[in-house]
Design a protein around this ligand. Sequence first.
Ligand SMILES: Cc1cc2nc3c(=O)[nH]c(=O)nc-3n(C[C@H](O)[C@H](O)[C@H](O)COP(=O)(O)OP(=O)(O)OC[C@H]3O[C@@H](n4cnc5c(N)ncnc54)[C@H](O)[C@@H]3O)c2cc1C
Length: 455
Amino acid sequence: MIKKTDVIVIGAGLSGLTAARKLEELGYSVKVIEARDRVGGRNETHLLADGQVLDLGGQWIGPTQTKMYELCKELKLELFPTHNEGKVILYDHGKKSLMGSKNGALPKLNVFILLGLGLIIKKIEKRVDQIDLDAPWKHPKAKVWDSETLESWVRKNTKLKKVRAYFNIVSEVVFSTEASDISFLHFLFYVKSGSGMDNLLNIDEGAQKERVVGGTQQISIRLSELLKNEVILESPVTRIEQSENGVKVFSKEQFWQAKKVIVTLPPTLAGRITYAPPLPGMRDQLTQRIPAGSVIKIQIIYKTPFWRKKGLTGQAVSFTGPLKIVMDNSLPNDSRGVLVMFMEGNDGREASEWTLEKRTQKAIGCLVKYFGDEAKDYLDYIERNWCDEEFTRGGYGGHFTPGVWSGFGKYLRKPIQHIHWAGAETATVWNGYMEGAVRSGERVATEVSETLKDS
Ligand SMILES: Cc1cc2nc3c(=O)[nH]c(=O)nc-3n(C[C@H](O)[C@H](O)[C@H](O)COP(=O)(O)OP(=O)(O)OC[C@H]3O[C@@H](n4cnc5c(N)ncnc54)[C@H](O)[C@@H]3O)c2cc1C
């Protein structure tokens, strides 16, 4: 049966649901089509046996993410602070040292290394200031910076091995990929988009400041409940046809018709849909070049947050894998302790080949090194390998490889006749984050509404 509507939104993540809601508010009829049997996309809540929940995907929000704060307030979702009291463990090839957890705390590294690090950060910040978030490719040096990776630029600018290693950790923590995978121009863009390096990396007054009580998937669940039409689940879109009259969107079993369609999938997946007529070559080449990072998010539950008694935050940063970053992810009003950790980039790729048992052993092995023998005595191990997810294929999001911004950047948001693009990867502000997803949904709704008004 043919179902007609003004706009079809593909994907019921934060971007798609935000777009759908805004378009409905503007008076348009909207259908949201989702591949999975749930809404939320990269926000997924894991239910524990006692009803408590943990986030398997995106979870933290922080300052300057104004849309997320507004949304949580409007949807009556409470927030709670990320635990950040005590010392942070720095693990450097078998040597353990402690550092403060508050902004500006310095790691116990050799003074030359600290000076070298400060110098590089200053150089980066100077370049970050000059980036135009709407069009990074317009900077006079865009092509030069885009021909480098983060790794090659840092290598050129410092001989200090520790500083080079630090930026690889930054890359893994922020992009789930190696510094040698991402364009230096993309790194500059991303830092600006996320309000600066401190904001990206910090807990207090940073992107990891707070969490949503009950988990972030609730945002999407509540948004979907506000829509006039139920989200159509379990319907992976395989084909989009367009003509002067509008679009036809096909899943395996059905098709729908509309005046406009909004595609909110991560770029790689957007490129896997068949388009008729085929998309312009440059749009396809763009989606060929924005791969997702490799990330396995692991959470280990303990009877108590035993690290806190020892004056530790539960945070560990390590120069060696497979766990380079660990944080306290305990739940509010709960006596248990939860540690969250990520196997990312090359570590995540290698760990994807291991059995669950081996990943568990490796994770526990790292935690014992960081926090002592008590780490052996865990209650539960929960993991999500986002690379295995058919409708995400990696995380946290797509990163731009060298040459993409300067060669193809202008095609990122450019509509193609009746097809419009959204998703966290299309955002100018907080690109790659939940905030960026929401902002991209609002942007695309306005864009589509303008074209519908004109038609
Ligand atoms: C492990 C991990 C940790 C993260 N941590 C944070 C964090 O702490 N803070 C933060 O702000 N962000 C975080 N992020 C990123 C954040 O989750 C995403 O930026 C955001 O959720 C993306 O929303 P979106 O709507 O753009 O995309 P998605 O959530 O990916 O939505 C796209 C939707 O399209 C659907 N879809 C795919 N293919 C098809 C198809 N063919 N047909 C129909 N539907 C389809 C998908 O199922 C999905 O529901 C994290 C992500 C991951 C993976």
